[in-house]
Design a protein around this ligand. Structure first.
Ligand SMILES: [Zn+2]
Ligand SMILES: [Zn+2]
Length: 287
């Protein structure tokens, strides 16, 4: 993990190996946390690395509903803010895929081929109490915490409940998973046209620094890189479908845009299949 400070008082935890990034904002009154990682233990570790106790946190914000950004919520007694659809998606998951018995069953299943991962996950979910956001907003919300102006805005795209956090005075954008830097984006829960609109929207902030959901902090040129990748993949897949090609045929095309140098063939092909399935109106293929 790297701790970086893209602006004074803005402390970003960049976690290339551990999971999603999280950000801590220091204000004159209390600390604000944006995204809470995938467990209370992970979240506690981040706070203690910078000398902050959970009791110092006056507000937590979830950029969206995915577990790697919300399962650390239980660490906090303070208000937890998210978009209404983020909370609704989490509540729906709690009755379905996030039921503890189902989580255990899916860990056991994947554990047959990946025992080390399963062991890690069992450790991670020990004591897990998935905690929903306590406060919701529609569209956008402007908050002042101890002199720090925070603008939270719903943009959708990556998932129905996706929002970004904008710090207008610092010109820093906390994009959540709307933006991935240096690694293939996860789009299994995305609405691709909405994602393209959302990326165009966040480009308009003209941020001096962005903390993405995954990957290192970057300038706002990273938005254009992701836009080119998503738009290029979408348009090329439309062409394949128009020519009557199957998903396998599209996935074999070497001419698709690439997103990262890393050995990530699986993600590259999987994203083509997700886009293909979405264009055909079917379910996206799971990772
Ligand atoms: Zn994520
Ligand atoms: Zn996500």
């Amino acid at each position: 993990m790297n701790v970086v400070e893209p602006a004074p008082g803005v402390c970003a935890f960049i976690r290339p190996d551990e999971g999603a990034n999280a950000t801590l904002l220091r204000t004159e009154r209390s600390v604000v946390v944006v995204d809470t990682t995938s467990s209370a233990a992970d979240m506690r570790g981040l706070l203690s690395a910078v000398g902050v106790s959970p009791a110092d946190v006056g507000l937590a914000i979830n950029t969206h509903e995915h577990s790697d950004h919300t399962w650390g919520n239980q660490l906090f007694d303070c208000p937890i803010l998210a978009h209404r659809l983020c909370r609704e998606a989490m509540a729906a998951n709690l009755k379905d895929a996030w039921r503890l018995d189902r989580i255990r069953a899916s860990i056991a299943e994947r554990g047959q081929t990946d025992p080390r991962w399963a062991e890690e996950m069992r450790h991670k979910i020990a004591g897990l109490e998935i905690t929903l956001p306590s406060e919701v907003f529609d569209q956008e919300r402007d908050i002042d915490v101890g002199g720090l102006h925070i603008h939270v805005e719903h943009v959708g795209g990556h998932s129905p409940g996706s929002s970004v956090v904008w710090l207008p005075e610092q010109r820093v954008l906390l994009s959540g998973d709307l933006l991935f830097v240096g690694r293939y984006p996860f789009i299994g829960d995305a609405d691709i046209p909405a994602l393209i609109s959302a990326l165009r929207r966040i480009r308009a902030f003209e941020a001096q620094a962005i903390v993405p959901g995954h990957g290192p902090t970057s300038g706002d040129e990273a938005i254009q890189v992701m836009l080119d990748y998503i738009q290029g993949t979408w348009e090329r897949t439309i062409d394949h479908i128009a020519q009557g090609h199957t998903a396998d045929g599209a996935a074999a095309d070497e001419g698709y845009p690439r997103y990262a140098e890393a050995a990530a063939e699986r993600y590259h092909e999987n994203n083509i299949r997700i886009v293909y399935a979405q264009l055909m109106g079917g379910d996206a293929c799971p990772l």
